[in-house]
Design a binder for this molecule. Structure first.
Ligand code: CMX
Length: 445
């Protein structure tokens, strides 16, 4: 799909669903033609190593919103992160892209106008209220329950509101699936700030949840509900954070889990809850909490924020020798510094260059890649997104590390639900790859 600025379209549409209704038949025809013209072409070989190796490099999924290049990093519908910062609409008083614009881009392949992004802000604010039973459920959760468990629980419980599940039960025609998936996805995305805010205020504060403004954008409302709404830099950080964590093509655990569960026609709530459960793993999204914990522990053990490169090097070796990973470093696909890391580093250089933890993160960036290279196991010794996000949050006072992956999850909803809508629009079948036993490999000639 060619990248267009929405304002160049013959009819300037404000309503995302109406624009999608125009695009769906076009895309269905396009896919039909791709299957007819290219259906029997070979995409690559599959070796036994790849099968034992977590299916790395096997091309087996279609993901429209984004593509990850090992050297260059992520592109959202062809746009790099700096492109998004330049081209997507920002708030009237802000500089960073609005996640609303990114969602429009992911769904349509078109850069929206400010008016279209503002339409999404008001739609999400209007749909944001939580049903009473979800509030009660979260209020009753023990404070000791991990925020990601509370998050997954609330999203799963919201499933009882699914329009898709309801109309499926009543016998809806499959050509309408995408429309109900769209409605559920919009409602779910809209309610996430209230869920995240309630989890944060209940678990770490006094349980009083600030109200969302019906006239504010998504990033502003997330900042508000966490208690940082008056801090303009934090609001900008939330807009940027929600944009860059949204999507990372289809094979990562949270994206693939959402897509896989959705392929059984489980509704968006159940599908996204599966994605969240995957994001909560320490090798995936939970790494952002692990990074800050690891840095704090290092600072405590080393007794000062200012230590030599050699002392840090020794600490990294100690982590490796104790059989643990260095959190925030390495990636299954990337082979260079993650541009999501670079973008957060630039934000820090601009707004908090003298923050002591940021300085430590910068020092780690100098030291860790060489150590990991010398260690010789990691295919990518460079930092990923999670090596930087926590240090920005703690600078503004969001110091509760266990909460960090919840913010990642709110953002990830944008990418995985955009794809889920397309999955239903394109009639993607139930996913069912073939498995084999180890004994089968021994019989190979
Ligand atoms: N520290 C120590 N060892 C590492 C490492 C790291 N940061 N990254 C990879 N390795 C090790 C692997 O554990 C593996 O060891 P074994 O052969 O003993 O099993 C070896 O190097 C080869 O791994 P790889 O092919 O380079 O990496 P994978 O594709 O298997 O895994 C990832 C990718 C991200 C899980 C891994 O690099 C890692 O564990 N990193 C630390 C956790 C982290 O930051 N995760 C967040 C990723 C981004 C996200 O999803 O949010």
């Amino acid at each position: 799909m060619p990248l267009l600025r929405s304002s160049l379209l013959p009819t300037v549409l404000k309503i995302l669903k109406e624009r999608l209704a125009q695009l769906v038949p076009e895309k269905q025809e396009e896919v039909k033609k791709i299957k007819k013209d290219h259906g029997s072409k070979v995409l690559g070989n599959v070796t036994v190593d790849m099968v034992y190796g977590g299916m790395r490099g096997i091309k087996g999924l279609v993901w429209e919103g984004s593509l990850l290049d090992p050297e260059e990093g992520i592109r959202f519908r062809g746009l790099t992160i700096p492109d998004c910062q330049q081209q997507l609409p920002s708030a009237p008083s802000g500089e960073e892209p609005l996640p609303e614009g990114l969602f429009w881009l992911l769904l349509t392949g078109e850069v929206p106008t400010s008016e279209q992004a503002a339409y999404l802000s008001s739609e999400w604010a209007a749909r944001s209220e939580l049903p009473a039973f979800i509030k009660e459920l979260l209020d009753k959760a023990p404070k000791t329950m991990h925020p990601m468990t509370q998050f997954s629980l609330a999203v799963t419980a919201l499933q009882s509101e699914s329009q898709f599940a309801k109309v499926y039960h009543e016998g809806v025609h499959k050509s309408k699936y995408w429309e109900y998936t769209y409605e559920d996805s919009m409602n779910l995305i809209a309610k996430l700030p209230n869920i995240a805010g309630r989890i944060y205020q209940n678990t770490f504060k006094d349980g009083k949840v600030p109200a969302i403004s019906k006239s504010a954008d998504y990033g502003q409302n997330i900042a508000t509900i966490l208690g940082f709404g008056d801090n303009k830099q934090f609001v900008e950080l939330m807009r940027l954070y929600m944009t860059i964590h949204s999507d990372h093509e289809g094979g990562n655990v949270s994206a693939h889990a959402t897509h896989l569960v959705g392929s059984a026609l489980s509704d968006p709530y159940l599908s996204f809850a599966s994605g969240l459960n995957g994001l909560a793993g320490p090798l995936h999204g939970l790494a952002n909490q692990e990074v800050l914990r690891w840095i704090m522990k290092m600072r405590d053990e080393l007794g000062s924020a200012e230590v030599s490169d050699d002392t840090i090097k020794e600490y990294v070796w100690k982590t490796l020798k104790s059989g643990q990973v260095v959190p925030g470093y390495g990636h299954a696909v990337l082979r260079k510094t993650d541009p999501r890391y670079t973008c957060q580093r630039e934000f820090a250089l601009k707004h908090l260059p003298n923050d002591p933890l940021f300085k430590m993160v910068s020092q780690l960036y100098k030291v860790v890649p060489d150590v990991l290279t010398e260690h010789g196991k990691t295919k990518n010794p460079w930092p990923n997104v999670d090596a930087h996000s926590g240090v920005l949050l703690q600078h503004y006072g969001l110091v509760e590390q266990d909460f960090y992956t919840v913010l990642f999850g709110v953002s990830r909803s944008l990418g995985v639900l955009a794809q889920l809508i397309w999955d239903r629009a394109l009639g993607m079948p139930i996913e069912r790859p073939k498995s084999v036993t180890s004994a089968d490999f021994k019989r190979l000639s």
